[in-house]
Design a protein around this ligand. Sequence first.
Ligand code: ZN
Length: 237
Amino acid sequence: MAAHATPPARTGLVVIQALRKKHCAECRSGPLALLVLEDGVPRCLDCVDLGHLVFLPRGDTALTRRSWEESSLSAVVVRFDRRRSRYERQGVLVEEAALARAEDRCLADAEARRRRRVRDARRRAAEDARFMDAFATEIRRLFPGCPAGRAGAIAAHASVRGSGRVGRSAAGRALSEAAVTSAVIASVRHLDTPYDRFRMSGVPRYEARRRIAPVVERALREWREAGEGRDGGDERG
Ligand SMILES: [Zn+2]
């Protein structure tokens, strides 16, 4: 039967997870969960001087590789897969101290990655803040009558990372006049006109836009012109 097939030749030691009840040919202990075939007969790990090793199941590639590197004595653990008619690797046996050192190295890596993520997040937050400031400044340059607080809110709304809003688009990043203007229009549309109410009551988008166009135009005109000689952004009620 296929279960008698020999494990694949490997460099290094091979330990077999027993499928059938086997006993050690030397000390008679058993049935054995793990055994080594020497000259075709099963022996327990203690008899072949591997009893002090610990089993690390397959799955964590980095931990396995590092444990293997750290361990001066190690073995591959295989089990015969009857369906596939071949031995499949189940994990490795390594020295406990080697596994501990490997775990330390992996933890150090994870900690390094965590610190890098924190640094990246801080840098992105700083970039976002700079971008938002620049965006708000550009709004106030093009629309001097737009109150400073409102310009800041428009910039913040348009700049939300990952939102796909205008501030995040390439044009928005370049602070083109078109991008800045469309962010301002969007704000006026939603805050200063009944556009959203129209949309909620089923008015088609283009019809809703047509109805509010005069309001938007007036707001843009006022903000474009009202800035002359008036700084600080207060808006008359
Ligand atoms: Zn034995």
